[in-house]
Design a protein around this ligand. Structure first.
Ligand SMILES: Cc1cc2nc3c(=O)[nH]c(=O)nc-3n(C[C@H](O)[C@H](O)[C@H](O)COP(=O)(O)OP(=O)(O)OC[C@H]3O[C@@H](n4cnc5c(N)ncnc54)[C@H](O)[C@@H]3O)c2cc1C
Length: 481
């Protein structure tokens, strides 16, 4: 049976985009359907990854300028810089990135259709555009890469002016003096530190006691110390009761119950940022008529090849929600294309790093110290404090730790955990050593550029070896391992 396309992709985020690119490399005919009438790139380019990183970079530049060249009048960043300048910085990046992605699609002959895509049967997709006109297209394979949207709060409403979500905060037109952030996930810490860098007084209301539970404990303790230096106040185990304007309408009031004090608190603020997680975009796309399972949270269920219950319909990215990041979505989209066209490829890989783009950054891969000990592995820790790095000194950026977790018996690297400048880039050196089954000797035996943040690996490796030595093993014996 002849189809119009080899694959139709619903969604142009990183998951859809990378599937499209890989499919064209296999000489396949691709149609990409995107409901957004103006932009390509989904949350990645328009509402999340890139815009928040651009805003972060601008805020970090301001923070560095402000701390390194002291303001003689003691002004806060928000008294010297305007949000307009940050938005301009962000927009220039988004414009150039959008152009590049559109050019890539054209160069690789990916066809696009603007409108809401709905699966009609296992080979047919209907696209309804803004004028409610519909077109129908067929393909051998269909990829669902419709991403996710911000969850709404239960007992108040996001109005996108005084109460924002992670989407509307990116278009904030001024730097607020005070902000209460409801939520304590990765994105909450990113925005908390971005606005704190601009001088905003931040309060975080966390619903849980154990925030960012996947972090190594020492890295989390360091994060909390750094946040406290930035005057970011955190209330744990809170339940927000209501959010409303005060009587005079001069500010917002957030009323919440705080478990540990068993008291009701009211926090006055200019803006509230609600970050309560993501909802997969799996509704109304035609799944109800197909043999495609969806979890209670709306995530599409797939097998290890990213196939749904209908074998020629695949799903990747935030809509399957296993590891929702642009980084993972890029790889999943490519792997789905490989599986569709029987060019089977490896899986995502055993160790996937995470990155938190707070100021400073956090990143990690592999076993934490506690997890390794729980597994009964005899591990030793090597630490480097950023205050001992020449490059960190040069950049006046000395908050941070790099921590190596390695087997005591053979020095094999099992985990790397970092908080500090360049952490999200630095992690990849550790990832390479781990992926090749390497030991911490790599950092002792190889010349690393100097001065760099990578020097932290060398310092941490020496620190680790010294601990093994202090535990009674002769130095020569350690280096022979
Ligand atoms: C503030 C923020 C910061 C982030 N920072 C990072 C980061 O630093 N690093 C990182 O790796 N990840 C980051 N992420 C996560 C990352 O953005 C997402 O995980 C990633 O974009 C998901 O990719 P996706 O392709 O699955 O979906 P999306 O990027 O959401 O794209 C889905 C696309 O599908 C379209 N669509 C939806 N329904 C339909 C339909 N029925 N028909 C046609 N089109 C449809 C949408 O309009 C959208 O364009 C961040 C997210 C946020 C919110």
């Amino acid at each position: 049976m002849a189809f119009d396309y080899d694959v139709i992709i619903l969604g142009s985020g990183p998951a859809g985009f990378s599937c499209a690119m890989q499919s064209t490399k296999f000489d396949k005919k691709v149609l990409m359907v995107e409901v957004d009438n103006e932009n390509i790139g989904g949350t990645w380019l328009n509402k999340g990854t890139v815009p928040s990183k651009a805003l972060r970079e601008a805020a970090n530049l301001i923070l560095n300028f402000h701390t390194q060249f002291n303001d003689e009048k003691g002004r806060k960043p928000y008294q010297k810089f305007r949000m307009e300048e940050l938005l301009h910085y962000k927009m220039s990046i988004l414009d150039s990135k959008n152009k590049k992605v559109k050019t890539d699609l054209i160069k690789n002959e990916v066809e696009t259709a603007r409108g809401f895509g709905k699966i009609i049967d296992e080979h047919t997709v209907q696209v309804t555009n803004q004028l409610k006109q519909t077109t129908t297209h067929t393909a051998e394979h269909i990829l669902i890469a419709t991403g996710s949207s911000p969850k709404s709060p239960e007992n108040f409403e996001v109005n996108n002016t005084t109460i924002m979500d992670y989407d509307s905060i990116l278009d904030m037109t001024h730097i607020p003096r005070r902000m209460v952030i409801v939520g304590s996930g990765v994105i909450a810490f990113e925005f908390a530190t971005i606005f704190a860098a601009l001088g905003t007084r931040i309060t975080i209301l966390s619903g849980t006691d154990d925030m960012l539970p996947f972090l190594d404990k020492e890295i989390k303790d360091e994060l909390l110390k750094i946040l406290s230096k930035k005057n970011i106040q955190i209330f744990r185990e809170t339940t927000v009761k209501h959010v409303e304007a005060n009587e005079l309408r001069t500010c917002m009031e957030v009323a919440f119950h705080h478990k540990s004090t068993n008291r009701r608190h009211v926090s006055e603020t200019d803006h509230v940022l609600y970050i309560g997680g993501k909802l997969p975009n799996s509704a109304n796309i035609g799944l109800e008529n197909m043999n495609i399972d969806v979890t209670d949270n709306g995530m599409i269920v797939v097998n290890e090849n990213f196939q749904t219950g209908v074998p020629n319909i695949y799903a990747v990215g935030d809509v399957i929600g296993q590891q929702s990041s642009a980084a993972v979505s890029f790889v999943e989209g490519r792997l789905a294309a490989c599986n569709m066209f029987e060019m089977k490829n490896d899986s995502l890989g055993a160790d996937i790093p995470y990155g938190i783009y707070s100021i400073p950054e956090i990143s990690g891969i592999g076993l934490t110290e506690i997890k390794a000990r729980e597994l009964g592995i005899d591990v030793t820790i090597g630490r480097a404090h950023f205050e001992n790095l020449t490059q960190a000194d040069i950049q006046h950026d000395t908050d941070g730790i790099l921590k190596l977790v390695f087997r005591t018996d053979n020095l094999k690297l099992l985990g790397v955990h970092i908080i500090g400048g360049q952490a999200t880039d630095l992690i990849h050196l550790g990832q390479c050593v781990m992926a090749t089954g390497g030991t911490i000797k790599y950092f002792l035996d190889h010349v690393l550029n100097y001065p760099t943040y990578s020097e932290a690996y060398r310092i941490a490796a020496f620190n680790g070896v010294n601990r093994v030595y202090k535990a009674g093993v002769k130095y020569k014996k350690i280096l022979e391992r």
